[in-house]
Design a protein around this ligand. Structure first.
Ligand code: ADP
Ligand code: ZN
Ligand code: ZN
Length: 763
């Protein structure tokens, strides 16, 4: 939809209409906070240079401020004098093709962000600036030497040298080479060109790009019937050019990766391209290395690439030289022209959520891209997100493909639960490592095997606990953990309005411990471990100690080589690890509560236990997992121990429906922040009113809660207030957002306004 540029009453500064009554008009999405797409006249001298997907500079607003924008379409329209002309064409080739422009428009609408911003976010900065490309000028003779000699009565010695050289070369010569070899500078070449003796051609050429190709090394096993079936389903959808969401549901070690590899190869054999998204993990390299051996013409996109590498990989994909693209979150925007399949590995992973503006979820963007391209998308997981599971049960274009068994007959690990309440009241006093945990560790180390100990932070990293007795701050009314607000030193319940001052010593007077924030946990585990096992060689990895990816990789390398034998860490070590020597995994604290601010806590806990259980004993023998918890009877623990995802998903979905939470309901969170607390509160109130009015006017089933203070109430001197929009369907949510975006949202007088559609967390 192309909207006309406003300002129809400006006196015309345009020249008289030309003979023809039609002209070229470009639709431009400017990279500014506006939803409008403006029309601009294309001056005839720019007409040949401009196509959809290129950036242009256009005059914007009353001051005609030169502004960047994406050309999203061209048309021929009747001549109108009110259109301003495009000032400049920025790119010499499109940054986005038609399908990516369409995808940007979906992102813009669904995630409620300006279209120009969505487009800018899809193209990495180094690609925009053509990093890694150099400009080359080549010179060739325009006519035979004799002809030139007859034209020029007296040919200067430099000119003669130049032309003789070019005639002899009989092909275009790099201007730099001419300078070096025969000392012909720019001036000489320019003069010759002006006289029509030589022609100068400029071209952009890449400096040498990265090459990920390794010799292909294929394993020699046959696919299991389940794997074969999955690959066939994918192939069929590709051949029939049919959009389909294939949910590859298989426990760790069931051979999902092998299915991805074969499905992708099928697509490549059909002359098409495939994108595989992997989670953003410190260990992306380990996984990618394994995959790289299976493909030729592979492009890898991850956060470690330099700007030049990123830019060159992008153009290799666009030109079709690279057929397989593996990458994290942003690889979903890879400019593959012949896309045949998208794979999303570990589709439940939180790192697919883009936390910067524009906020989007890569898995969901992948699904939409597949639907627009009429191709299948393969979502793989041992514990599918409840969003995916919910959709799979209701929507006809979803299909679940199960891989219920580990390949090679490996048994599932044995999982034991240790209720920590009882441990604490034992005469031994409180230990982070329970007796069964200690016993298993001792066994493991005695066997010369390795152990992983995991501290769960998610869900209550923001509360405090007593390391001595295990006391945790809990609301007396709601049974949820209180959230610790560091600035005020207050503990608050986000269900009711309960608040209390955070105690400086443990409320249990007989204990006398000092409460800690949860993040301080891994250090304590390490201390106790070293006290009990002085011979253990411990590696500790959490996001506090591992600021740099290389440090982490170094640590993992030392663990992998056996130099270290116990790995202690937070969630970050649960993903993507594949260590044959790890036979024991201990989860220090697998507690979970239904916290409103993290309604996914149960789901995350289930995923975590399942994930780490998959780490134990991958290569040989039966692994052992010990899960310490205060809540042994809660479903995520009970059912994870039994490896029963389906029962968990069913129960949890019922609970979400009851509490009106996603995926059964749709949420959008709007956060307003400003240094002036009362002003931002007033603005939030007004916005809430406007939302309610919009919903009512449209007959949308949508409720708006709030305004309320955000769990993190102040951030960098800005007070934060939030509204929570809750709708029964995505359509209702979309209609209300369509209505309030533009005028209503732009009219909010707050320093910052963030619209988070389908929020992952409500902190
Ligand atoms: P997942 O991705 O589900 O965790 P993988 O694809 O990594 O599982 O497979 C686990 C291991 O089993 C790998 O070492 C893989 O090479 C091997 N494997 C996969 N498929 C088969 C098969 N059909 N027969 C034998 N081994 C297989
Ligand atoms: Zn205590
Ligand atoms: Zn409460």
């Amino acid at each position: 939809m192309v909207r006309k540029q406003h300002q129809p009453y400006l006196p015309s500064l345009q020249p008289d209409p030309p003979e023809t009554s039609e002209r070229r008009v470009a639709a431009v999405a400017t990279i500014t906070p506006t939803d409008k797409i403006y029309s601009y006249a294309v001056p005839s001298e720019l007409a040949d240079l401009l196509g959809a997907g290129q950036r242009v500079e256009v005059p914007l607003g009353r001051q005609n401020r030169p502004t960047l924008g994406f050309c999203v379409g061209l048309s021929t329209e009747p001549w109108t004098s009110t259109l301003k002309p495009i000032l400049r064409v920025v790119d010499d080739a499109p940054l986005l093709d038609a399908s990516l422009i369409e995808l940007a428009r979906w992102i813009s609408r669904y995630y409620c962000c300006p279209p120009g911003r969505a487009m800018a976010a899809m193209v990495p900065e180094p690609v925009r600036s053509k990093s890694g490309w150099r400009k080359i000028r080549r010179v060739r003779a325009a006519k035979p030497l004799a002809e030139i000699e007859s034209e020029a009565r007296r040919l200067g010695p430099k000119q003669r040298r130049l032309i003789e050289h070019l005639v002899a070369a009989n092909e275009p010569v790099d201007a730099n080479v001419l300078q070096n070899d025969i000392g012909c500078g720019c001036a000489t070449i320019k003069t010759a060109a002006q006289r029509g003796w030589v022609v100068v051609e400029t071209a952009h050429e890449p400096v040498c790009g990265p090459n990920f190709d390794r010799p292909i090394a294929d394993p020699d096993f046959e696919l299991t019937p389940d794997q074969r079936h999955a690959v066939e389903e994918s192939r069929r959808a590709v051949d029939e050019e049919r959009f389909q969401v294939l949910v590859l549901f298989g426990v760790a070690g069931s051979g999902k990766t092998e299915v991805y590899v074969r499905a992708i190869r099928d697509v490549v054999a059909r002359g098409r391209q495939a994108i595989m998204l992997v989670p953003e993990i410190a260990l992306t390299t380990q996984l990618v290395d394994r995959l790289a051996r299976r493909f030729s013409n592979l492009a890898v996109i991850h956060s470690g690439l330099t700007g030049v590498q990123r830019s060159l990989v992008w153009s290799d994909i666009a030109s079709g030289r690279k057929r397989v693209i593996i990458g994290t979150r942003s690889a979903v925007f890879a400019p593959a022209p012949d896309l045949g399949l998208i794979v999303v590995d570990e589709e439940q992973d939180g790192s697919y959520e883009n936390l910067q503006s524009p906020r989007f979820h890569s898995r969901d963007v992948a699904i939409v891209r597949a639907s627009q391209a009429s191709i299948p998308v393969l979502l793989g997981s041992a514990t599918p997100s409840l969003e995916t599971w919910h959709n799979a049960r209701r929507m006809s274009h979803y299909k679940v493909l199960s891989l219920p068994r580990r390949v090679a007959g490996l048994p599932m690990p044995r999982v034991h639960v240790v209720p920590m309440q009882a441990e604490r009241h034992s005469r031994r006093g409180f230990h982070v490592l329970s007796q069964p945990m200690e016993y298993q560790l001792r066994e493991t180390l005695a066997q010369g095997e390795q152990a992983v100990l995991l501290m769960n932070r998610r869900g209550y990293s923001s509360t405090i606990f007593c390391p001595r007795c295990g006391w945790m701050a809990v609301c007396p009314h709601c049974d949820v953990h209180l959230v610790f607000h560091q600035i005020s030193g207050i503990l608050r319940c986000h269900r009711c309005s309960h608040r209390e001052k955070a105690p400086e010593t443990c409320p249990d007077t007989s204990c006398g411990g000092t409460p800690l924030r949860f993040g301080e946990g891994t250090q304590r585990v390490e201390e106790e471990l070293l006290r009990k096992f002085p011979e253990a060689r411990v590696a500790r990895a959490d996001s506090d100690t591992m600021l740099r990816g290389e440090q982490y990789e170094e640590l993992i390398r030392r663990f992998e080589s056996g130099e270290l034998n116990v790995l202690v860490g937070t969630q970050m070590i649960a993903k993507g690890l594949d260590f044959p020597l790890v036979s024991f995994v201990g989860v220090i604290n697998a507690d979970t509560t239904m916290m409103v601010s993290d309604f996914r806590a149960s789901e995350r806990t289930f995923q975590l236990i399942t994930q780490v259980a998959g780490r134990a004993g991958r290569a040989r023998g039966q692994g052992i997992v010990i899960v310490q918890t205060d809540t042994p009877d809660l479903p995520p623990i009970r059912l994870a121990v039994k490896h029963d995802y389906e029962a968990f998903a069913t129960q949890e979905l019922e609970l979400r429906a009851k509490l009106k939470l996603p995926p059964v309901y749709r949420l959008t969170r709007i956060v307003l922040s400003d240094p002036n607390d009362s002003k931002v509160q007033t603005e939030a109130k007004k916005l809430a009113e406007a939302v309610r009015e919009a919903a009512e006017a449209m007959g949308a089933k949508l409720a708006c809660n709030g305004p309320e203070r955000c769990p993190v109430q102040r951030e960098r001197q800005h007070y934060r207030w939030e509204l929570l929009l809750r709708a029964q369907s995505a359509e209702d949510m979309q209609r209300v957002l369509d209505r309030i975006r533009g005028k209503t949202l732009q009219g909010v007088r707050a320093k910052r306004l963030v619209v988070d559609v389908d929020p992952i967390s409500l902190m």
